[in-house]
Design a protein around this ligand. Sequence first.
Ligand code: FAD
Length: 307
Amino acid sequence: VFDVLVVGGGPAGASAAVYAARKGLNTGVVAERFGGQVADTMSIENFISVKATEGPKLVAQLEEHVKQYDVDVMAGQRAAKVYRDQLLHVELQSGATLKAKSIILATGARWRNMNVPGEAEYKGRGVAYCPHCDGPLFKGKPVAVIGGGNSGIEAAIDLANIVEHVTVLEFADSLRADEVLIKKANSLSNVTIIKNAQTTEVLGDGKRVTGLSYTDRVTQQSHELTLAGVFVQIGLVPNTEFLKDSQVSLTQFGEIEIDNKGATSMPGVYGAGDATTEPFKQIIIAMGSGATASLGAFDYLIRHAQQ
Ligand code: FAD
């Protein structure tokens, strides 16, 4: 029986595991893929105190830090169900069940892809998903933002400060963002918004993005834009499908509802990182919330758990 069982091995899960192990708790980590989204990241320049690093390098350091303690890391395992039967249980897709006195859910999220030719090929080479992370890489260059919801229009306003020009492409005939954001975007001289635009391909020269093509859904005409970058902002989906039938409350977007100690609605179950209602999705924030959840779980254990 684990004192703390962490589900997820991204920055939130790794941080939670280190904090739990340092409290002398019997700690386990179940992760489908250790490292999470960080493993897919090229350059990271906003992880404070480390001026610049790369995703795979940070993943190796996370793993090294976790393994410095007596933590049972079970990689390549997917959680399928969480329930309580006196103790808490995590059922794995493999059929095995793990028992724990407390659980930290840190299963992260995934960006919704456009699924057009060129997107996967140029991921990290012009195709980007995080304006806070990658905006400065496109300083003085033209970029497009795909998606006219709140995150797309926020991204356009943010990027307009840094890049030469931002073209927003929205599939529908109207923007779904808040009026105040639309007003702000419309007031910026280097932001153009195109509606009824269906992105059909990300173009590149084999090394980097050079543009994109889209079809005007009204005229059926095809157009090309010359660009250095394409920011895809069509949704961030939390990896919480396996919690749908559990006692853990999710928002309408599937995010795990947590309080300021990381506690979910299910006693003894805590949440951290991109899978939760934590509003900003960043490595440094995920690590902080992993620490919070772990300390929250420790607080719970010293009050509730039998020895
Ligand atoms: P994740 O990193 O998503 O990790 C989730 C973990 O849970 C993984 O181990 C996954 O395998 C596991 N998991 C999921 N479902 C299950 C399940 N059912 N059972 C078991 N395990 C499961 N942030 C920055 O601060 N700076 C950057 O420069 C930056 N660049 C980025 C670039 C890209 C391309 C992307 C995609 C993201 C970037 N981010 C960046 C965002 C950052 O990576 C995330 O905010 C951070 O990784 C979230 O950490 P997390 O631990 O909550 O989730």
